[in-house]
Design a protein around this ligand. Sequence first.
Ligand SMILES: [Ca+2]
Ligand SMILES: [Ca+2]
Ligand SMILES: [Ca+2]
Length: 158
Amino acid sequence: MKALPITVLFGGIFLLGCAGVGADTAENGGGGGGFLGLGDDTGSGEEEEDPAKTDSDGDGLTNAEEDDLGTDPDKADSDGDGFDDPDEVEGNTDPNKASDHPYEGGWPIGACRNDVQGEGFSERDISDNFNMEDQFGEEVELHAFCENVVYMVFAAVW
Ligand SMILES: [Ca+2]
Ligand SMILES: [Ca+2]
Ligand SMILES: [Ca+2]
């Protein structure tokens, strides 16, 4: 029973504080409704977001880097293929093309894959590119393994 007067006293102080802070005036823009809101201009020279430092989607790439890549700065997985943009950049796949993504088997994809010029299928030729199915049932392409040694086992069953 003795605590009641103290509670009333704090309540009175709180209400007094609300009424006295941030009252709408012509000087401060009048948009606050009491306290200053996020969009209120305080006239203090509020800094704009720096695209070189801001990462809107929190995926690890800055907005400036996403601008260079042409990816969506508000989506961690711009093309919706299940792999976030930084994983695609690191994995040498296209973050703007859903059909191009890291292999489920985790095979390394070489950055040189689009630069390999096939010469045919004769001995000592740089092989032409072709697709094959890996042990996980995924189509992989030979030139994706540039700069790696690839052992292929061929089998035919009739
Ligand atoms: Ca980002
Ligand atoms: Ca993706
Ligand atoms: Ca992709």
